[in-house]
Design a protein around this ligand. Structure first.
Ligand code: GLC
Ligand code: MG
Length: 533
């Protein structure tokens, strides 16, 4: 093939939440040496790139998304030597390592903020967003914190408010200040110089705010079940036009290094999301596509979402798909275990880079965490709204030993009760398991240019089935048929008859069989068919 392709287009990304993947030193908290111990597993699975949620020193008010030193390692996770070894071991296995960059805010314990807070004349005062109170002493405007409450915190000592879009322990940086930009770009360079292969960028659409600070308007669609943050539309506090200057400034730093990837966390409607690709490759390589995280799990909804995403993509924008992350309910909980094989088949045959959240490949579910044991600040601050993210961050289930092989000590969050059955070791031993299905799908994707780079064309979407073809000129093409319901279904199209060989199926015994339309599918079944030429 002539087209130049990059690893972040053809590869499969795997997100690790470091606290919960593998504990190597029996303190109940996962660590870098634990990740090293499990790299052979990820290689066996066929993973190409690992993204680690933050591993930097942090008071852990938001479990690492409150960074107090951008160029260090949180001691409970290990040392810089451990990190260097991890990077080497990842690269030795021909995999890539992606870190998490948190530009919007630091920890309130970061030396920059401590200095900024020390006096109004501090050299770093303007590194954060300080404002005078209104005449009556109240906060400068009505903006809300994502985690609830006012986004403004009063500082008694210097008699001003500072802005925090998240916790008050996470003050927002002032990205209009060139010194802040320079310091943060140097953070990216620090890790790039070590050989890190890219960054996932935290809440990128938040980094620039309207600097006339108008009140946000009320949200007419607000319902009481929603978080308090949603009472207002964040019209002036997020996704400002000027954010794209920052995005392209960041991209320039990435471009100083060959072959690195810039992934952006952006939760916005499609038209706004696409702007984060930038014009002529001046933005993120992959603004995360989170559509599948909240969609109703039906064939027609999926069809609409995929077509709409494909239509909105800029001509030079590479697609990507995400089924789960450390902030959202796990797939098996959201759509039910019967459908997880269908979802795996979808994720790994769609056009674009797939990201797998740790444990999804075994079918892990959200684990209930009692209110008294809740650790997540979002959960603690909105106890009535079921907003805790602890259930999706529980220890990886490796085997049927105590604590699921995650740790020799009691883990920081509880282990799922189903772990003796839902774990890597048990599923590796069963050809029909979800884990083995993931492995076969990844292997097929790696072997077939049509699945990596081919076009996407829908051939059928009805109340049960979604079917599409992936195809590259002069290569084998594939018909994918997904039954999104529990009931049997029949695939047939009016215009064309299809025939071929089933190469991967959710029901493993079906692999290798010849099929020809009409094709009968079991409930919850998915097929990848190599079409006859
Ligand atoms: C992102 C992270 C989330 C964190 C928030 C604040 O959304 O994914 O975990 O709490 O940013 O940094
Ligand atoms: Mg540990």
């Amino acid at each position: 093939m002539e087209q130049l392709t990059y690893w972040w287009q053809t590869g499969v990304i795997y997100q690790i939440y470091p606290r919960s993947f593998q504990d190597s030193d029996a303190d109940g908290v996962g660590d870098l040496n634990g990740i090293i111990q499990r790299l052979d597993y990820l290689q066996w699975l066929g993973i190409n790139a690992i993204w680690l949620s933050p591993i930097f020193p942090s008071p852990m008010a938001d479990f690492g998304y409150d960074v107090s030193d951008y160029t260090g390692i949180y001691p409970l996770f290990g040392t810089m030597e451990d990190f260097d070894r991890l990077l080497k071991e990842v690269h030795q296995r021909n995999m890539k390592l992606i870190l998490d960059f948190v530009p919007n805010h630091t920890s309130d314990q970061h030396p920059w903020f401590i200095e900024s807070k020390s006096s109004r004349s501090s050299a770093k005062r303007d590194w954060y967003l300080w404002r005078n109170p209104k005449e009556d002493g109240t906060a400068p405007n009505n903006w809300r914190s994502v985690f609830g409450g006012s986004a403004w915190e009063w500082d008694e000592n210097t008699q001003q408010y500072y802005y925090h879009g998240f916790l008050k322990e996470q003050p927002d940086l002032n990205w209009r200040n060139p010194e802040v930009q320079a310091a943060m770009y140097d953070v990216i360079r620090f890790w790039m110089n070590k050989g890190v292969d890219g960054f996932r960028i935290d809440v990128l659409w938040h980094v620039i705010k309207d600097d006339t600070w108008p009140d946000n308007p009320p949200n007419p669609a607000y319902e009481s079940s929603m978080p308090e943050y949603d009472t207002l539309l964040p019209l002036y506090s997020t996704d400002q036009p000027a954010v794209h200057e920052i995005v392209s400034g960041m991209r320039k730093v990435f471009n100083e290094y060959p072959d690195r990837v810039m992934i952006a966390e952006v939760y916005l409607p499609l038209d706004k999301l696409m702007a984060y690709y930038g014009v002529n490759q001046s933005g993120a390589h992959l603004p995360f596509n989170f559509m599948l995280l909240s969609l109703p799990w039906t064939a027609t909804a999926l069809s609409e979402a995929i077509n709409s995403y494909e239509q909105h993509l800029p001509a030079d924008g590479w697609p990507n798909w995400v089924l789960g992350n450390h902030d959202r309910p796990r797939l098996a909980t959201r759509i039910g275990r019967e459908q997880t094989p269908v979802a795996a088949l979808l994720l790994l045959t769609l056009r674009g880079t797939p990201t797998i959240y740790y444990g999804e490949e075994t079918g892990m579910k959200d684990v209930p965490v009692l209110p008294a044991e809740t650790r997540d600040p979002q959960g603690l601050r909105m106890p009535d709204k079921q907003m805790s993210r602890d259930p999706v961050r529980t220890p990886m289930q490796w085997d049927d030993s105590e604590y699921a092989g995650f740790s020799a000590a009691r883990p920081w969050l509880p282990v799922a009760v189903d772990y003796p059955r839902i774990n890597v070791q048990a599923e590796r031993a069963q050809p029909g398991s979800l884990l083995q299905l993931y492995r076969r799908l990844i292997a097929l994707r790696h072997a077939e240019p049509s699945l990596q780079l081919g076009s996407y064309k829908e051939v059928l979407a009805n109340h049960q089935l979604l079917a599409y073809i992936r195809k590259v000129e002069n290569q084998d093409s594939f018909l994918i048929i997904l039954n999104l319901t529990h009931r049997p279904a029949f695939f047939e199209t009016e215009s064309t008859g299809y025939s071929g060989t089933v190469v991967v199926a959710t029901e493993v015994n079906r692999e290798g069989t010849e099929v020809q339309s009409p094709i009968a599918l079991l409930g919850d079944e998915g097929l990848v068919i190599r079409l006859k030429k």
